[in-house]
Write a protein that binds this ligand. Sequence first.
Ligand code: SF4
Length: 325
Amino acid sequence: MTERKPILRVKDLKVYYHTDRGSVRAVDGVSFTMHEGESFGIVGESGCGKSTMAMALLGLVVSPGTIEGGQIFLDGTDIFTLDRELIRKIRWSQISFIPQGAMNSLNPVMRIGSQIADVITTHQGYQPEKILRKRIQKLLSTVGLPHRVYRMYPHELSGGMKQRVCIAMAIVLEPEVIIADEPTSALDVVVQRVVMQTLVDVQERLGAALILIGHDMGLQAQVVNRQAVMYAGKIAEIGEVKTMYKNPLHPYTKLLIESLPTLQLRHDFQGIPGLPPSLLNPPKGCAFSNRCPYVMEHCREAMPKLVEIQPNHFVACHLHSEVIK
Ligand code: SF4
């Protein structure tokens, strides 16, 4: 099997939000690599930093947020060395975004065709209306929408149709990386499945890499090959999905998997007791120490480092690594 080329490399990324009460360390030293055509999941509770990371990958971190450190290489280019105009050019054409809640991301007073045409003409210049319309209608078919959607307004579409429009906009320029931030969170489970299948189909057709951000471990398990579990702005565990579900190493990953409902086991649902720590003032040691059933004395003193325990399976936990002083 030929080795796939790395398309996205994130190295020690730090994104902080500066507030009157201090700096919130939303993303605090995250590193990972993605390869061409790969499906990669980022999972974690609300406020763990996953959406902030998506904004950083798109060059969209704005005040009071700042990039405090690290690098993001997209196809070998460090995007932090590019000026705003160049970042604007690569956004949509090389790296695109499917937001959560399509309802709020589409312009309510513009027809769908015009909104998609805007993306095309902004990046590729003027194109005759007839050619644009044909291209957009073909694109709408690709995501399972009828041609008539071209002339419709967002309020005339169902939630699932709007989310498909967002997928169409994200793929119109055939990017190498697609970031989908909880793309089906506002949809019912049946529509969720259909929309997710559409996303996977178009990703495979384009050969693009997909970053699926979310908190639904079950959905992630069906879609991605590799996954990073984030907790309090850091990666707690990263590895192949199959290995992680069979043998989760981090107590947080274990608890997340145990909280999934199954058809076989009948028992009371168990949440994870407690709350994540404040990122304004994160604890000195392991951020999960106040909720971890396996906590040891030195967990509260020393921060565990992300280390490779098995090939391509990394975890940040003192149960598996030496104490980093
Ligand atoms: Fe639990 Fe300690 Fe591992 Fe943190 S480092 S997850 S507190 S065992």
